[in-house]
Design a protein around this ligand. Structure first.
Ligand SMILES: [Zn+2]
Length: 99
């Protein structure tokens, strides 16, 4: 049986530390578990930059609505430089596509 690719990395979120875990079998782009302080990310779904920002926002603002997080993530993604976006991908062990 094929093992799912999992990699744990710390996020920069404060004050609570979350771990980012890659799970290619996840049914969604990403998922957050507040009790385990873990966010799962599924690069097989695509658009990981937005997903990382999105799940980071859930981690930082657990009480905000899905709608708020979605809008804010889009806004923050728009402000990122290419270098910053690539950095996010390398943080979770994904190599950005070569240009
Ligand atoms: Zn969400």
């Amino acid at each position: 049986m094929k093992k799912p690719t999992q990699r744990k990395t710390e996020t920069n979120s404060r004050p609570v530390r979350f771990y980012r875990v890659i799970d290619r079998n996840l049914k969604s782009f990403g998922q957050i578990d507040y009790t385990k302080q873990t966010m799962k990310l599924n690069p097989a779904k695509g658009d990981m930059v937005n997903t990382i920002i999105h799940e980071d926002l859930h981690a930082k603002y657990p009480k905000k609505s899905e709608e708020w997080v979605r809008k804010r993530a889009k806004k923050e993604e728009g402000k990122l430089s290419i270098t910053q976006a690539q950095h996010l991908l390398t943080l979770i062990g994904l190599r950005p596509r070569s240009q």
